[in-house]
Ligand binder design. Structure first.
Ligand code: BGC
Length: 732
């Protein structure tokens, strides 16, 4: 029986949390004095000038005090091309193309925290080349519904994976003196009615699912700016939500950087000012002085509605970010930014390779020795489609993007006959902002397979030794500002996959998409399936090398692929996209695999799943002790061996179950992982550390994480549905 000595435990935990959280920044008294001195020299107008946009992506400085204009840019997988100062058109520069990295879910599928740090460095370096001070990303919202249009920009259904991948990303980015902007704070889990939807979630769901990545990037990553979400939380817009901002972000998490609105996400002056908003961006009023945080803010001070010290606090937050990124000390600043280097492209390739997930490989169809074949069929609109310039704010002008067909042609075009067939036609369209964000990927005509294209594909497949179908979605579906209407593959792709698989037993399906789609039929009829993502500028090269075995797939799914949309918790409770402007997260803490596990529901491919061309064997799991105190760290160990015949990478996952709890806990939760590369026959003793404080749940009464003493089971696993070994421990 567990003993519930709550108060003592809570106190202890609070202490250990403070002790163990490695804060990236603490306030430096010298910096604070410098800030104070600068603010003392400013007029109210100058101060307020630093708190709102003076154009689409710039904020005024105070030139006479050596404070330059502050410059921002999207984006999360590449620095966005230059946009005109006063309208949304591109400026048409010739030196603003950039490295296009795999998008969020692809990046998360690598489960490689070293790549995450490098990703940040590349983005930071390219942003500095473009003289940007703040890069708007990463987006760390949780994938709650497969339909959310922005899932492709986010990382995962799991807060731990999201946090572990975003912390090094932010550190890498900020190591180049560019501030990250962690977005969208908070609970922006759908695009439908995103500007008005009012989200209700329990304190537990908030702290256990939706906030951990924000907390980790702020505390450990030292994220210097945070972007407010467009939506409301418990009746108040996130930009002016005192509880979320003043109490949690700036209070509990100790955030002392700048809290900025999403573009056009401000709704008030006084209320926002008090709640903790620092900077207003993107409001559409042509006269910038009319924005909430412009003249109305000056008036609010003059009328005594808010004290000037509140304005000073905001200016201090902006100056602190500027000082930490060396903007005020240009000689100390990272000024060697470069774009489009071979190194950046090599990293884009490496990420793309490690992102690819092998879902099915019947009779070891893959890898294919394409070089020794006479002919292959390459089928599908996605074989030739580029994706870099889609998705709205994350769109980029990539220097290049190797499509799948180009990748295969470059490597094998002179050795093998490549029979290309389009297979299906993109008959969808997308109009930003239309229909209040509902219905990305509507159709200009029927959503059926075109007989002519289907027949061509069948003919190509019949006359080829193997067929590779590049299908999935595109940014008509995976996009900012609208959600999808369904999870099915569009344009009659299922029929295409079925018919091609029938005539060619060597058919490989490559899914290009950034969010869950229905793979039930392909998982039955196609002998091999690869999840290929929007995989950046090197996608085509990476696919060709994976398909032919030059590279071995090592990615793992960052979300669950279930049998139907209705099976996902948000939809099972019928609380997506909400009713009458309100969405109530009744699915609570059971998001993603937490739900499927706990409800014992079978899925098509589980969270963390991914095959390799080699085999790995897991040895016995052991821990350094049998019993732990609250402030301890648990060290787990196991032997991992590559028992196959090629080099490969495995992501070993550590899940934890709380055997007996006073509240409902998910069957198991991810608490650690390690990506290990091994040569054939090689083995490695793998160690993963888990602080006991990580095992708790959020106690709504105590308003703190609590680890109840008693038995916990640790599982080492190859995916959420493939546990290799388990061990029981006691927490005192
Ligand atoms: C998006 C943000 C983006 C901003 C600036 C908004 O519509 O939600 O993520 O950073 O635009 O482009």
């Amino acid at each position: 029986m567990k003993k519930y000595i709550y108060t003592a435990i809570t106190l202890l935990l609070l202490c250990t949390q403070t002790l163990s959280a490695q804060r990236m920044y603490t306030k430096d008294p010298k910096v604070e004095q410098r800030i104070e001195k600068l603010i003392k020299k400013m007029t109210l107008k100058e101060k307020v000038g630093m708190l709102h946009g003076n154009s689409k992506f710039f904020v005024s400085g105070v030139e006479r005090l050596g404070i330059p204009e502050w410059s921002m840019s999207d984006g999360p997988h590449g620095v966005r091309a230059e946009i005109n100062r006063h309208d949304w058109n591109y400026s048409g520069w010739t030196n603003d193309s950039s490295t296009y990295l795999p998008t969020g879910t692809a990046f998360a599928a690598t489960w490689n925290t070293e790549l995450a740090y490098k990703r940040g460095q590349i983005l930071g370096s390219e942003a500095r080349y473009r003289k940007k001070d703040v890069l708007l990303g990463p987006g760390v919202n949780i994938i709650r519904s497969p339909l959310c249009g922005r899932n492709f920009e986010y990382f995962s259904e799991d807060p731990f994976l999201t946090a572990r991948m975003s912390v090094p990303y932010v550190k890498g980015l900020q190591s180049r003196d560019v501030a990250a902007s962690i977005k969208h704070y908070a609970l922006n889990n759908q695009e439908t009615e995103r500007g008005t939807i009012d989200v209700y979630a329990s304190e537990r769901a908030l702290h256990e699912i939706y906030l951990p990545a924000f907390k980790a990037t702020v505390e450990e990553g030292g994220a210097l700016t945070v972007m407010a979400a467009y939506n409301k939380f418990r009746g108040e817009w996130c930009a002016e939500n005192k509880y979320l901002v003043r109490d949690i972000l700036k209070g509990e998490m100790g955030f002392d950087g700048a809290y900025i609105t999403d573009w056009g996400g401000a709704h008030s002056t006084v209320k926002s000012a008090i709640a903790g908003l620092d900077v207003e961006m993107g409001t559409e009023k042509a006269n910038y002085n009319e924005w909430y945080f412009a003249d109305p803010l000056i008036e609010a001070v003059q009328k005594g509605e808010i004290p000037e010290s509140l304005v000073d606090e905001k200016v201090a937050n902006v100056l602190r970010v500027m000082i930490r990124t060396n903007i005020l000390d240009p000689k100390k600043r990272f000024n060697d930014g470069v774009i489009n280097t071979k190194e950046h492209q090599q990293e884009a390739y490496q990420e793309a390779v490690e992102a690819v997930v092998l879902l099915k490989n019947e009779n070891n169809l893959l890898p294919m020795n394409i070089g020794s074949m006479k002919s292959i069929a390459v089928i599908g609109d996605n074989a030739t489609r580029r994706h870099c310039d889609g998705g709205l704010s994350s769109e980029i002008k990539a220097l290049y993007e190797i499509t799948p067909l180009e990748g295969l042609r470059r490597k094998f075009g002179d050795k093998v006959q490549i029979n290309f067939a389009q297979g299906y036609e993109k008959t969808s369209f997308f109009v930003p902002g239309e229909n209040n964000g509902q219905g990305a990927g509507r159709f200009s005509e029927d959503n059926k397979v075109k007989e002519g294209l289907l027949n061509e594909a069948i003919e190509a497949a019949k006359k080829s030794e193997a067929a590779i179908i590049f299908c999935g979605l595109n940014h008509d579906f995976d996009t900012e500002s609208a959600d999808k209407m369904y999870m099915q593959l569009p344009y009659g792709q299922i029929e295409l996959i079925q018919e091609v698989s029938k005539v060619n037993p060597n058919t490989v399906v490559v899914i290009i998409a950034g969010s869950p789609v229905d793979l039930v039929a392909p998982s039955i009829c196609a002998p091999a399936i690869i999840w290929g993502w929007y995989n950046g500028m090197e996608a085509g090269n990476a696919f060709a090398d994976i398909i032919t075995g030059k590279e071995n797939p090592s990615g793992k799914m960052p979300f669950t692929l279930a049998y139907s949309l209705e099976q996902y918790p948000a939809h099972a409770y019928n609380n997506y996209p909400g009713r009458n402007g309100i969405v109530n997260y009744e699915d609570d803490i059971l998001v993603g695999y937490r739900w499927f596990d706990t409800k014992k529901q079978p899925v098509v491919y589980s969270f963390g799943y991914g095959l390799s061309y080699t085999e790995f064997s897991y040895g016995k799991l052991s821990t350094d002790k049998q019993s732990y105190n609250q402030e301890d760290k648990i060290r787990v160990k196991f032997l991992l061996q590559n028992t196959g015949s090629v080099k490969g990478g495995e992501v070993a996952q550590l899940y934890v179950s709380d055997v007996e709890s006073s509240v409902l806990r998910p069957t198991k939760e991810l608490k650690g992982f390690r990506k290990v590369f091994l040569n054939p026959g090689e083995s490695q003793q793998v160690e993963i550390d888990v602080p006991v404080s990580e095992l708790g749940f959020y106690d709504e009464e105590k308003r703190a994480f609590v680890v109840e003493p008693g038995e916990f089971i640790l599982h080492i696993a190859s995916s959420a549905s493939d546990i290799k070994d388990s061990i029981s421990i006691k927490i005192q």
